[in-house]
Design a protein around this ligand. Structure first.
Ligand code: UDP
Length: 382
């Protein structure tokens, strides 16, 4: 160990904490089991020159001005408006569900007010506070749109019926009664001109930060550390003593060809009998570049096994109970702080990850000044 402060994970969480500490004069050692920084946001150029989001599509979007300003310090963020199309029962639609989707799907020419009234008539008003994904969908869009766009995709993505999943997953997607078809509502949406990896490298490029890649560490290796920031899976820190938390992982089948494969960056496949969830054509994330050839990733979701890279925390009843045990263990642990998507076992977007890492670093720097112990959890994952 080269510095008393160890940061495990060189994704956005770890890099932001390392940077903030370094700027406050605190040295740290950042260690990551993989051979690259940026975690699942890692990007690299394919042989044909196209910038590839190696672990699936990552679009930066935020409503937090301080996060937007922060990321812009480390790279050139090119404004980008993410638009997604969806295939359902052999037809292509606009997504997220907007006025165009509704008019396409029902063969109508509704105005916004007419569509709103029409969908209100479809929505199941007997559902009070929606608990499950299915309730949330039936309450807001009604059965036909739910079955066409959400039921099959969600079954494939999560490996279980939407009636078993929490409403919060669907709450990520907007429903609009206008022709606005941007996938996100946030005021700042962008793709980094040179990919995410150089941004994270720039964050870590500081004389007070040492980075070791390709090095797997466990809690037992770090007993001499003054403090550890752990952005790996929270259950891994505790050697899975309360069992393994469930994660979904993704498999990508890459294909290279000439020209333009699908004409958009992400095409979702909503039918349950199509095995993949979506196809990403990476060059459309960088419309400012020009490439004769293309590369696509066909994406399949499955339960993460022991050696797999975790992507999505499942957070069902079983995992929630285990998480409770891990959070109790974390609360009584000293000398460690858990952060990030894996460290807090939450479905976080990149901007929230950065925002929380800034907060974690601020609390740490403050606790040092006051000479008080650092909290193990700055954000409560429950
Ligand atoms: N979803 C869906 N149909 C779609 C797209 C998304 O049912 O065509 C649901 C699905 O359950 C998914 C969730 O909405 O997990 C969130 O979608 P998002 O695009 O935000 O997922 P991510 O890009 O984070 O995988």
């Amino acid at each position: 160990m080269t510095a008393p402060i160890v940061i495990v994970g060189a994704g956005f969480s770890g890099a932001v904490v390392a940077r903030q500490l370094a700027e406050a004069g605190i040295a740290s050692w950042v260690v990551d089991g993989r051979s690259h920084v940026a975690g699942n946001a890692h990007t690299e150029r394919h042989d044909n020159g196209v910038m590839v989001h190696v672990y699936g599509p990552h679009i930066f979007h935020t409503g937090h001005a301080e996060v937007w300003d922060y990321i812009n310090r480390f790279g050139d963020m090119v404004p980008y408006n993410h638009r997604v199309k969806a295939v359902s029962a052999g037809r292509v639609y606009s997504l997220p569900v907007n006025l165009h989707t509704i008019n396409q799907f029902f063969g109508t020419t509704f105005t916004p007010a007419q569509a709103r009234a029409f969908i209100a008539g479809k929505a199941d008003s007997s559902i009070g506070e929606p608990v499950s994904f299915e309730d949330q969908a039936l309450k807001f869009v009604g059965r036909e749109l739910y079955e066409a766009f959400f039921a099959g995709y969600t079954q494939k993505q999560w490996g279980m019926a939407p009636s078993e999943l929490p409403a919060s997953i669907l709450a990520r997607l907007p429903l609009r009664f206008s022709y606005e078809d941007s996938y996100f509502n946030h005021p700042w949406q962008a793709i980094p001109r040179n990919g995410y990896t150089p941004i994270v490298e720039a964050m870590l490029d500081h004389p007070l930060i040492e980075v070791s890649l390709g090095r797997q560490v466990s809690a037992g290796d770090l007993t001499d550390a003054e403090h550890v920031f752990w952005s790996g899976p929270i259950d891994e820190w505790f050697a899975h003593r309360h069992g393994r938390l469930g994660y979904r992982t993704l498999d990508f089948v890459a294909d290279e060809s000439g020209g333009d494969h699908q004409g958009c960056p992400v095409l979702n496949y909503c039918d349950v009998d199509v095995p993949h969830t979506r196809v990403t054509e990476h060059k459309h994330f960088a419309p400012w570049e020009s490439h004769d050839r293309t590369v696509t990733f066909t994406e399949f979701s499955r339960l993460a096994g022991e050696g797999d890279i975790p992507y999505y925390p499942i957070r069902l009843v079983e995992e929630k109970a285990q998480l409770h045990d891990y959070v109790s263990a974390a609360r009584s642990a000293t000398g460690v702080t858990f952060l990030g998507r894996l460290g807090t076992y939450r479905y976080l977007d990149m901007d929230v990850t950065i925002k929380e890492a800034l907060e974690v670093a601020r609390v740490f720097i403050e606790s040092r000044v006051k000479n008080s112990p650092m909290r193990s959890l700055v954000v409560d994952p429950l």
